[in-house]
Design a protein around this ligand. Structure first.
Ligand code: BGC
Length: 763
């Protein structure tokens, strides 16, 4: 028998709003509940459910509360405490039908505890660590009354000029897909309705990471084969993992803006992939249909968006203004509106909000006295995850690890910066709660060692760049200039270096440089930092460069002159401690690059899994009339999958269980990995496949499996991978997903370049 609860009882049990008599709702039957509500709702109430309003945007909070109480808002975002969200939920329950609202936020790499940026999480190649970051994020966000996160962001990018490279997980479809599924499961927990689960809304659907020239919001134009093969899999993985939401991208996809793209949102997402959740437009995207020039006016924009399949409209007024008239004139059917409303109601149902609208807001009496209390942070998890994400790029003469009795000159504009440690999209993270590199080193260094700190330079002295960075949507200017002259700062740094055994230089980008809309034409260190670095190099002291940045940088000069190079990205709340753990060797670095580092901007794109060519450049042979740039060697400076350790690993040639594979059979691939060094360490064994002859041109290699493993000094382990026909499939010229008979090469190694291979044939 269905449970029929008078909604008024449930709501009044929460005790915080005036009772409005409502008939019973079938709370235990999702479909019946949705249908019952749809029958009761007026058109205005339905359209209200399709509005997602930004708190802190144009509308004052009092107005928002009134609008919610009038049933004209379905959800909000950017309000992040229980105390702030409770009055809004009270207002929703005061509305005629008492439909709860939900609260969303960009919890991208942490909520109060900030984990390393997404690109850094991907560098860990550690799905357990990534899951931990997701679970902690969900528990912290839900404890603040939040129900949904606009994450994971799984846009593949091959162009580091794009500022949002920092927000994604790199260039590889397989790695990013694995992370996408992992994070969806981590955010949503075992049951989405649980008080500590939040709904994942994967973004930005689709192919946003391929904006032309890496310039944000630019067009995307791509062959269907490339789209299916390389760019769509991560979104699909998130959908298959049960993501409740999909956020629609701002860009065009082959000529049609994603927000008006019926093929994308209906044919592909709903019909082919079977997605049944909620679609959400990106900020202001429906308005932007006018500027794209696909809609004559607001009315047409609203019609295009709802017809394409956008359920919830983020920060637009067009649904509110135009949908009533469109429905009344019969230009948009009420069925279309009902379908969108049903999905919003369904999301609220799945989140458990009909059963308990205060599921995540809780009772006022239980609110934290201090939202930023230390006790609410998960520092240990943040440190553990951050350590896994650091990538050792160079270590000549074993400069690292440092000795604890060393005198260290710590120099650089990022050495003591709290705010930059947070990286972009730092949710409710508080800069002052981050551990800077200076703090981390000082905490770790022994009694006999010393840290001598000097800033050395500003992040940049370029007035235009500073103005831009401080104009980004932060609460206050972030890039604060030292008023001393560049030379005075360098002199101070050289003074610090004079008394030191080793220099640690913390250089890179201000966090705003790798951010939404922060596309760059150059990937070099800003001139102020390059000048500082050159002065430090000239001292002849051992030099460790600790990079903090949100995208691959052009590192040729740095690589040549630094003794050690550690890529730390933006490492989050515990960044300084995690980096110190690696610098002093308490943790042996094991991160691997999830994206290729180009030698120069002119070389972009440098992705490793490129299709084969008729005139390939072959290293060591003359380059004439081959595919190359004549001023520079081919290939990335640091390839995908690359990263060093303080120990040395040896990998055997891959052994295959058979040379001929029948369909339906499994191929077992094994390799022996040995830690040849004197200390324990972890590495990532990577398995790539190449289809040697195909009906369409196939990539030189594609990642198909990986395993991160820890080995004691001297330890040997056999790593086994199992492959099947599904791993050999690709989208052919007709977009059929097929495995063609013929020879394949298995390539195994500890990065994408240094591999050993073996062949087999698919019969
Ligand atoms: C971004 C989204 C984000 C949204 C809400 C947009 O500008 O493109 O990624 O989720 O704002 O903050």
């Amino acid at each position: 028998m269905k449970r029929l609860l008078p909604f008024v009882l449930l709501a009044s049990a929460m005790g915080s709003f005036a009772c409005v008599a409502q008939p019973a709702l079938p709370l235990d039957d999702r479909q019946a509940l949705i249908e019952t509500l749809l029958e009761r709702m007026t058109l205005a109430e339905k359209i209200g459910q399709l509005r997602l309003i930004s708190i802190g945007g144009d509308m004052p909070r009092e107005r928002i509360v009134e609008e919610i109480a009038a049933g004209r808002i379905g959800a909000t975002f950017n309000s992040v405490t229980r105390a702030d969200n409770r009055p809004m939920q009270d207002a929703a329950l005061r509305s005629r039908l008492g439909i709860p609202i939900f609260f969303a936020y960009d919890v991208v790499h942490g909520h109060r505890t900030i984990f390393p940026i997404s690109l850094a999480l991907a560098s860990s190649w550690d799905l357990e660590a990534i899951a931990l970051s997701g679970r902690v994020s969900a528990s912290e966000a839900s404890a603040d009354g939040l129900d949904l996160t606009f994450a994971p962001m799984v846009d593949i990018t091959r162009d580091p000029r794009w500022g949002r490279t920092s927000e994604g997980f790199g260039e590889d479809p397989y790695l990013v897909s694995q992370i996408a599924g992992t994070l969806v499961r981590a955010y949503q927990g075992e049951r989405l309705s649980a008080a500590d689960s939040v709904m994942a809304s994967v973004k930005h659907f689709a192919v946003y990471g391929a904006v032309e020239g890496g310039r944000d919001y630019n067009v995307v134009d791509m062959s269907p084969q490339r789209m299916y093969q390389d760019y769509l899999p991560p979104y699909r993985a998130a959908v298959d993992a049960g993501a409740g939401g999909v956020m629609v991208a701002l860009n065009t996809v082959n000529g049609v803006p994603a927000s008006a793209n019926r093929w994308l949102l209906r044919d592909l997402l709903r019909d082919d992939w079977g997605f049944r959740g909620l679609t959400i437009s990106d900020h202001g995207a429906i308005d932007e249909l006018l500027r794209h020039g696909v809609a004559r006016d607001g009315r047409e924009a609203a019609r295009l968006a709802i017809e394409a399949g956008i359920d919830l409209s983020m920060h637009d007024s067009l649904y509110l203004q135009e949908l009533p008239g469109l429905v009344e004139r019969g230009e948009v059917s009420i069925e279309l509106i009902d379908q969108a409303v049903a999905r919003v109601l369904g999301a609220k149902y799945d989140l458990g909000l009909f059963h308990d609208p205060y599921r995540r807001i809780g009772r006022a009496a239980d609110d934290p006295a201090e939202v930023n209390a230390e006790s609410r942070l998960h520092r240990e998890a943040a440190r553990q995850v951050a350590r896994e994400s650091l990538v050792l790029l160079e270590n000549r003469e074993r400069t690292l690890p440092l000795r604890k009795d060393a005198r260290i000159a710590l120099i650089g504009p990022l050495a003591d910066s709290h705010v930059d440690m947070l990286g972009s999209w730092s949710a409710a993270g508080v800069a002052a709660q981050t551990v800077t590199l200076r703090q981390g080193l000082e905490a770790a260094i022994g009694e006999s060692g010393r840290v001598i700190h000097a800033r050395g330079s500003n992040v940049t002295d370029d007035a235009g760049m500073i103005e831009y960075l401080n104009f980004l949507n932060w609460d206050r200017p972030e890039v604060v200039q030292d008023s001393r002259s560049p030379q005075a700062m360098i002199d101070e740094a050289l003074g610090a270096a004079r008394d030191a055994d080793v220099i640690v230089a913390a250089l890179g980008e201000a966090r705003g440089m790798s951010h939404e809309s922060s596309s760059r034409t150059s990937l070099t260190l800003p001139a102020s930092q390059q000048a500082l670095l050159e002065a430090l190099v000239a001292t002849g002291k051992p030099l460790v460069v600790v990079l903090m940045n949100g995208r691959p940088l052009q590192l040729g000069w740095v690589r040549e002159h630094a003794d050690a190079l550690l890529e730390t990205w933006f490492a989050g709340t515990e960044g300084g401690n995690a980096i110190a753990d690696v610098l002093f060797g308490a943790h042996n670095p094991s991160g691997k690059l999830p994206i290729s580092f180009p030698r120069s901007v002119g070389q972009i794109p440098t992705y490793y899994n490129h299709p084969r060519l008729g005139r390939p450049y072959v290293e060591g042979r003359p380059g004439n009339y081959t595919s190359q740039y004549f001023e520079e060697p081919n290939g990335a400076l640091y390839p995908f999958g690359y990263g060093l350790s303080y120990t040395d690993f040896e990998v055997s040639k891959p052994q295959l269980s058979q040379r001929k594979l029948k369909r339906g059979q499994r191929l077992e691939v094994s390799v022996t990995v040995k830690n040849r060094g004197a200390r324990a360490g972890a590495t990532v064994v990577q398995l790539y496949l190449q289809d040697l002859v195909g009906s369409a041109v196939r990539p030189v290699k594609e990642l198909k499996r990986f395993e991160k493993l820890s080995l004691e000094a001297g330890e040997t382990r056999v790593v086994r991978f199992s492959l099947g026909e599904e791993d050999l499939r690709f989208h052919d010229a007709r977009l059929d997903f097929v495995a063609e008979p013929g020879e394949f090469e298995v390539q195994l190694g500890l990065d994408s370049r240094a591999v050993q291979s073996a062949r087999f044939e698919l019969l």
